[in-house]
Design a protein around this ligand. Structure first.
Ligand code: ADP
Length: 542
């Protein structure tokens, strides 16, 4: 609002008694109205001599104006400013001591409203008694109890008293509501400060509107050299692995100030690894009546102990899996060497083949656990070199052929001769292997698995379709989360631990690709992997 606009608004609020009464403004406006009445009277032919009572009234009001401006009311007792409206009523009394009469009596409403606004019921009483004794009685004594003068004079104290009373009642209601609001505010503030979650309110421009005590502690850790009170300030804020500083565009406050909503965004705050805390941040939009963005609320939950426990668990799983891998590799190798002998009795060969199959399974499980533990500690590094995806697909299908044949499942394959992509050969092999072996594993005897590889301008698309047990719509959303297995898989006692697909997804994404699934229960599933042929596209191109 412009300077003039805001001044006019302040004047409007004072004249309508929205703000505390301002003695100077009210007295000035009252003097103007009074002068206006006298001018109209003079224009109407009344002769107002310099010594007439109405002019005495005017002098009293002008003196009131001077007092309103010059007296330091805020240093005097609170009731003293009430002398001004009483003086105004007295001035009106003088102005009515004139046989010609005027409309000044109605002006008594102004000091009455003032008294009601400033002193409540007591002010209303003073307004009523003041108009009776300073305005009505002198007027009646001076002009006489003539018909018109009697009604006019008696009605004035009634109207003035009523106006003051109405004003004081309205004020009482407003004060009671304010007390309720203030009480609620204190309760909310107490809750705000008591909860063990950092809370932050942003206004529509990203300014900090409210911060609770817990969040102030987090802020001291994250911004040791102070904070400017605006969303997005960079500080000692690190990503969920605690390695890299978070850029402004990824700061939770910045994202929330852009209207984004999110849950469980994990960050580390504080530079010192010994005292830093891990927090999980959630954000919600605040909207105005028209549904427009009006700010955001953010909650910061301390999850340091949880994150440290996770790390201990991952380190443990990683080291145990690593220790298991070496002896397992040696068992697999030696069993295979023994199996190459041709002097073994057939039953020993059969038993050794069981040992070999189970050791291979155990080997794969350990590799999966190791992979999972590693991806928890940061994105899995992939070494992307030109790799023939078609050859990988052929190898995987060949490896799955014995299991498919055992279960009477046909595998169809449709691949180009060669399809070169930039990829980590071992990891992409793991992806294709997981999908093809799952398709075989979750398909009934007599079913069919179709593996196809296609290429378009920028991507390679691998699709693995089966006519197996299928996946329900509800399960599809959780399919790629760790240790998730569908009820159908569990009910049929098909072996597995639910790690393959989560690993598959993380490998595909670390190549800049995507994995999708279409499926219908009891009809079959199609898993599609799209991989970029060249360097990883930018995030917004995927
Ligand atoms: P695992 O096969 O070891 O259980 P995965 O992570 O590979 O683990 O798969 C997770 C779950 O997804 C499986 O347990 C199974 O319930 C379901 N699933 C995976 N592939 C298929 C498929 N082709 N058809 C039906 N269900 C599947």
């Amino acid at each position: 609002m412009s300077g003039l606009g805001s001044r006019l608004d302040a004047l409007r609020r004072r004249l309508l008694f929205t703000d505390e009464p301002d003695a100077g403004v009210l007295q000035g406006v009252f003097a103007l109205l009074f002068g206006f009445d006298l001018a109209l009277r003079a224009a109407g032919g009344s002769s107002l001599g310099l010594r007439s009572w109405p002019v005495v009234g005017l002098v009293v009001i002008v003196a009131g104006c001077a007092a309103a401006v010059l007296v330091p009311w805020d240093r005097l007792p609170g009731w003293s400013v009430g002398l001004l409206p009483v003086l105004d009523i007295a001035a009106l009394g003088f102005s009515r001591m004139d046989h010609a009469g005027g409309a000044t009596g109605t002006l008594a409403v102004v000091p009455a409203l003032w008294l009601g606004r400033q002193f409540g019921m007591r002010g209303a009483l003073v307004a009523f008694l003041g108009t009776v004794f300073l305005l009505a009685v002198p007027g009646l004594l001076y002009v006489g109890v003539s018909g018109a003068n009697l009604t006019r004079t008696v009605v004035i104290p009634v109207v003035a008293g009523w106006a003051a009373l109405a004003m004081s009642a309205a004020l009482g209601r407003v004060r009671a509501s304010l007390q309720v609001i203030e009480h609620q505010r204190r309760v909310s503030q107490a809750i705000f400060d008591t909860v063990d979650v950092g809370l932050l309110l942003l206004d529509r421009d990203g300014g900090y509107e409210g911060v609770n005590r817990r969040h102030l502690e987090f802020m001291r850790l994250a911004f040791p050299s102070g904070h400017d009170g605006r969303a997005g300030q960079a500080g000692e804020v690190y990503d969920s692995w605690g390695r890299h500083l978070v850029e402004k565009k990824d700061m939770p406050t910045h994202r929330a100030s852009q209207g984004e909503e999110f849950d469980d965004v994990r960050i580390w705050i504080g530079a010192d690894p010994l005292t830093r805390r891990a927090v999980s941040v959630s954000a919600r939009r605040v909207e105005d009546d028209a549904g427009r963005f009006a700010g955001a609320s953010l909650a910061y939950k301390d999850v340091t102990d949880y994150m440290r426990a996770l790390k201990v668990k991952d380190d443990f799983v990683a080291s145990v899996s690593h220790e298991l891998r070496t002896p397992l590799t040696s068992i697999v190798g030696y069993v295979n060497i023994v199996l190459e002998r041709d002097d073994l009795p057939p039953d020993v060969v059969a038993q050794l083949e069981v040992v070999s199959r189970n050791t291979v399974r155990l080997h794969r499980l350990v590799a999966d656990l190791l992979h999972t533990a590693r991806t928890d500690q940061g994105p899995m590094p992939v070494v992307r070199i030109p790799t023939d995806l078609a050859a990988i697909v052929r190898d995987c299908v060949k490896a799955a052929a014995p299991a498919a044949a055992r279960n009477g499942i046909t595998i169809e394959m449709d691949t180009p001769e060669s399809l070169i992509v930039l990829a980590d050969e071992e990891r992409i092999g793991q992806v294709v292997d997981n999908l093809v072996s799952n398709a075989v594993k979750y398909t009934h005897a007599g079913g069919r698995v179709s593996v196809s590889l296609r290429i378009d301008a920028t991507r390679a698309e691998l699709s693995v379709a089966d006519t197996g047990i299928g996946i329900s719509a509800a399960d599809r959303d959780r399919l790629f989360t760790r240790f998730f297995r569908t009820r159908q898989a569990e009910q049929r006692s098909i072996q597995g631990v639910g790690l393959g697909l989560s690993i598959t997804k993380s490998i595909v994404e670390s190549h800049g690709g995507r994995i999708e699934v279409e499926s219908e229960l009891d009809a079959g599933s199609v898993f599609r992997v799209r991989l970029p042929l060249g360097p990883e596209p930018r995030r917004d191109e995927r």
